[in-house]
Every structure is written in structure tokens, then in C-alpha cells.
Design a protein around this ligand. Structure first.
Ligand SMILES: Nc1nc2c(c(=O)[nH]1)N=C([C@H](O)[C@H](O)COP(=O)(O)OP(=O)(O)OP(=O)(O)O)CN2
Length: 136
């Protein structure tokens, strides 16, 4: 049997602010610096969803990439694209929208939709040089 990882790239633009309500403005600025700008700032997020599993002997697929593309479009891109993560998405009402936390939110949304015999990994680029992976 051959285990293979299939990857699908996706993209969304979003605004956010790194901020804790229970901290003073001074502490938020000290820790989060320009990312704590009260007027928010935006990123071009690049997302890679990786699905690992055995190749199905009938189809030759680990997962149908057309299905994966549509899943990411419907469950992530339409929800996250052109949104203010702090204000528009309930996930971040009490969760700082760092790249780490966004990757975990995206993982949990997609994990619920992908067969349990397949492994899922999220790679999220917040900038061309800053990116996170989950699970680690
Ligand atoms: N561990 C984390 N650290 C930081 C995060 C994060 O989500 N997790 N986020 C930020 C900022 O939101 C943002 O990414 C700015 O970071 P910075 O390194 O300053 O990046 P630039 O805008 O300068 O763009 P580069 O192209 O990466 O140079 C900060 N820290």
C-alpha cells in the first residue's frame, strides 16, 4: 500500500488586529507592536491543505482534488475572504487571530469534513516569509 500526501493551495485576503481586551493599550502595543494597530491591517493569506492517506486502488486518488478544492472554497475562502477576522468571524470573538490560531480554526473546520482515515495538515502563510503549520 502507498501512502501519499495530496496538497491544495488556496488564498484569502483578510484584515485583523492582534489584541487582548484584558490588557492595556500600552501592553498590547508592547507585545503586538504594529500588529495591534486599532484600525486593523490586512494580509494576503496563502493556505495549503495537505491530505495524507492510502491511494484508492479503483480511482488512484487519495482524495479527489476537485472535491477538496470545492470544500476549501465553500468552508474557508467564502467565509474568510475579504473579512475582518476580529469583527466578522465568531471564531475570533475571544481568540486572538494570530496565524497559529487561524490555522487551528481552519484545521478544525476542514477536519470535520474529511474522512477520518485521512490525515490533514494546514500550512498558512501570513506573509511570504511568515508561516505556520498545524498539527505541528
Ligand atoms: N507567532 C506569531 N508572531 C506574529 C504573528 C503571528 O500571527 N504569530 N503576526 C504578526 C503580524 O500580524 C504580521 O505577520 C506582521 O509580522 P512581520 O514579521 O512584521 O511581517 P511584515 O509585515 O514586516 O512582512 P514580512 O514580509 O514577513 O517581512 C507578527 N508576529
Amino acid at each position: 500500500m502507498s501512502r501519499v500526501t495530496v496538497h491544495r493551495k488556496a488564498h484569502f485576503n483578510a484584515a485583523h488586529r492582534l489584541y487582548r481586551e484584558d490588557w492595556s493599550d500600552e501592553k498590547n502595543e508592547l507585545i503586538f507592536d504594529k500588529c495591534s494597530n486599532p484600525n486593523y491591517h490586512g494580509h494576503n493569506y496563502e493556505l495549503i491543505v495537505s491530505v495524507t492517506g492510502e491511494i484508492d486502488q479503483e480511482t488512484g486518488f487519495v482524495v479527489d482534488l476537485k472535491w477538496l478544492k470545492e470544500l476549501i472554497h465553500d468552508k474557508i475562502e467564502t467565509i474568510f475572504d475579504h473579512k475582518n477576522l476580529n469583527l466578522d468571524l465568531p471564531y475570533f470573538k475571544d481568540l486572538n487571530p494570530t496565524a497559529e490560531n487561524i490555522s487551528v480554526v481552519i484545521y478544525n473546520i476542514l477536519r470535520a469534513e474529511i474522512k477520518s482515515n485521512l490525515d490533514v495538515k494546514i500550512t498558512l502563510y501570513e506573509t511570504p516569509r511568515n508561516f505556520v503549520t498545524y498539527p505541528a
